[in-house]
Design a protein around this ligand. Structure first.
Ligand code: FAD
Length: 305
């Protein structure tokens, strides 16, 4: 049996794509390997109708809403290798091998967290990437922004929309010109250049209490925002898909195919502007465009019921 589409990744993009393809009467296999990118987050926010849901509940509902579509199968499986060409792909899963006409990659991105002691246990609780997702819940607390480039340093001024006490941490690795410091200061943001030794949790272990520096001094902070570098999962690189200069998958603007014919992509792996609703919309759009081309092809070949 050949699947019409195999989807790699069961996050918002993959779930939305599976729904569109299921409703289009396509035979779909949705493979998800876990773990989820937002697994450490307590709640998912800024998704209309789902604001405040847990990430696990979001996925449970997504899977449940696929159940009426009998041609959509879901598997806890990792896609390990994709070979072949448009219309005839051989896909090796952690649970066996299958055939598919199209591949849709919804595998997200891998965050490269900076190696700072204490960061791992506070990730998703006091340490965040996206203020639209998490700043409301911690508004008016003591914020820090770990800046790694001058291009993004204005992000600290954006954070002033949620808190009056915001500092920028450069760890002494960014040469912040005087005029930029003056701009930040005018916006109520101080720059701190001390290198970080560790992030210290409060006694309950759930929230951050302070940031300790290598010189032994410290500053009380409740929240740290940062923009970690990201990379693609191995299958994206092994397929040799064309990436842009920042490492995101490039699509044909009309067909929404990647540079490998028959391989599509949706969600976080396309761009640095990321969010669950953006990923879901991307999955819906790509699945619709994919389905259109595939249905025309199957109709002409006499392969539709
Ligand atoms: C800590 C944190 C909190 C966040 N909070 C929010 C929030 O509140 N609101 C919001 O809108 N956004 C939030 N985001 C961003 C949001 O999680 C992402 O934008 C969204 O999950 C992207 O969806 P996706 O489907 O593209 O990828 P993902 O959700 O990352 O899903 C990709 C899936 O693919 C699977 N996978 C990877 N490789 C394979 C393979 N080879 N075979 C099979 N499966 C594979 C992974 O296991 C994963 O389940 C948060 C992100 C983080 C890191």
């Amino acid at each position: 049996m050949t699947y019409d589409v195999v989807i790699a990744g069961g996050g918002p993009a993959g779930l939305a794509a599976a729904l569109t393809l299921g409703r289009s009467r396509k035979r779909v296999l949705l493979c998800d390997a876990g773990p989820r990118r937002n697994a450490a987050a307590v709640h998912l926010h800024n998704f209309v109708t789902r604001d405040g849901i847990t990430p696990a509940e979001f996925r449970r509902i997504g899977r449940q809403q696929l159940e009426p579509y009998a041609h959509v199968e879901t598997r806890e499986a990792r896609i390990e290798e994709v070979r072949g060409t448009r219309g005839s792909f051989d896909v090796r899963l952690s649970t066996g091998s299958i055939k598919a006409r199209r591949i849709l990659l919804c595998t997200g991105m891998v965050d490269e967290s900076p190696e700072i002691e204490g960061l791992g246990s506070l990730w998703g609780k006091s340490i965040f990437i996206c203020p639209y997702c998490h700043a409301w819940e911690v508004q008016n607390r003591r914020f820090a922004y770990l800046a790694t480039s001058l291009e993004k340093i204005d992000f600290a001024l954006l954070l002033r929309g949620w808190a009056s006490d915001v500092i920028v941490l450069t760890q002494g690795r960014l040469n912040v010109p005087d005029d930029v410091r003056a701009r930040l200061k005018a916006g109520g943001v101080q720059v701190d250049d001390r290198p970080i030794a560790r992030l210290v949790p409060a006694s309950d272990g759930l929230e951050m209490e302070r940031i300790e520096f290598t010189d032994g001094s410290s500053i009380e902070r409740d929240v740290l925002f940062l923009h970690p570098p990201q990379h693609q999962i191995e299958i994206v690189t092994s397929l040799g898909l064309a990436l842009d200069a920042a490492g995101y998958v490039q699509l044909d603007p009309v067909t929404l195919e990647t540079s490998v014919p028959g391989v599509y992509a949706a969600g976080d792996l396309l761009a640095p502007m990321q969010g669950a609703l953006i990923a879901a919309a991307s999955g819906t759009l790509t699945a619709g465009v994919l389905n259109h081309a595939l249905t025309v092809e199957l109709a002409i070949e006499g392969l539709l019921a």
